[in-house]
Design a binder for this molecule. Sequence first.
Ligand SMILES: Nc1ncnc2c1ncn2[C@@H]1O[C@H](COP(=O)(O)OP(=O)(O)O)[C@@H](O)[C@H]1O
Ligand SMILES: [Mg+2]
Ligand SMILES: [Zn+2]
Length: 397
Amino acid sequence: MSYQVIARKYRPAKFADITAQEHVTRTIQNSLRMGRLGHGYIFSGLRGVGKTTAARVFAKAVNCQKMMEDPDYLQQVTEPCGECESCRDFDSGTSLNISEFDAASNNSVDDIRLLRENVRYGPQKGKYRVYIIDEVHMLSIAAFNAFLKTLEEPPPHAIFIFATTELHKIPATIASRCQRFNFKRIPLEDIQQQLQLICDAEHIKVDGDALQLIGRKAQGSMRDAQSILDQVIAFSSENDHDGSISYQGVAELLNYIDDDQMFAVTDAVTERNPAKMLDVAQFVIRNGYDEQDFLEKLIEHLRNLLVVQNLSSTRLIERPDAIRDRYQQDAANISPFSVMQMVDFLLLTQKELKFQFEYQFRFELALLKLIDIVHSVSSSTPMMEQPAQKKKPLTSY
Ligand SMILES: Nc1ncnc2c1ncn2[C@@H]1O[C@H](COP(=O)(O)OP(=O)(O)O)[C@@H](O)[C@H]1O
Ligand SMILES: [Mg+2]
Ligand SMILES: [Zn+2]
């Protein structure tokens, strides 16, 4: 059997399986029930959040014979049945009622003219022809103009779905003729849950913390999460004997800097321990981690501390439970004001390092300086009298 990547194998075939985009799918299903379909839709949002998937399910639904012939089914289920001839054609990729057009590589006026020619012909079977125009913001202005006419007087059988990651680049003349749907970044828990379902279906043993790490790396894109999972599965089957996926394995593959190092930095500060700080700097340099990445993660670490300090809860911390507990404890060991001071300093350092060559020793010095900053501040201005929220930030960003 040939291997199919996870993102394709697990592409949702109905509205209900599209995660985290209910605001879109519900509206579309309502308009299907009421028989009120538009001719132009814009699906915007980050890559890999379900735009193409939703467009395909929509195309399948408007042509589903069961939906057309069975009013109860239409009202109560409002999903493509997956069994009628039209649905089967869609599933096997042979339906003529859907055309996908990549505007990134076909963005000239001539390409649009060809498309317009094509749009004139109605469907042989089914009711609608759906044109999905991906990356539509890549069209030239002339190409957009060539399209306008078609959008103004679309043939009754044509539905256009424009997908884009950059909504602001679509001319108002086009946007105002379409219904607009903004797809959300997919929340970490939803990504994690979906990955878990996939691993279960594939009979792969996996650690919840490992999936969380993959989900975090994907930053809201389900496709990215699934691609990383593909990679991780391949990697784990080579390395672990039983092919199970561990947190350690994922961290290694993603070259993820361990949270321990972040806690070591704040420990070094609270303990006034420069030797410990130098160890961290050496760890980063020796293992070839990128210093800028490290600083970015360190800022996120400080952000986590601030969040826990301000909410007195770890619910917004996207980490395994053991690490969340650690945040809870450490938040009490350092004042919010000191944390802010460190953040300000690190933001500046990040900028400065960008313009330096050979900056390893500067990186080391910057880490050491953190100890100094916190202690010189807190010795001259006792933290109890200097609540962080009243103090203006040192730098403005
Ligand atoms: N909301 C979602 N729910 C479930 N799976 C999704 C979702 N969004 C994306 N995916 C997965 O990611 C893959 C790519 O999604 P796609 O719809 O092509 O993203 P894009 O928004 O870039 O068009 C799909 O095949 C599917 O496996
Ligand atoms: Mg797409
Ligand atoms: Zn059907």
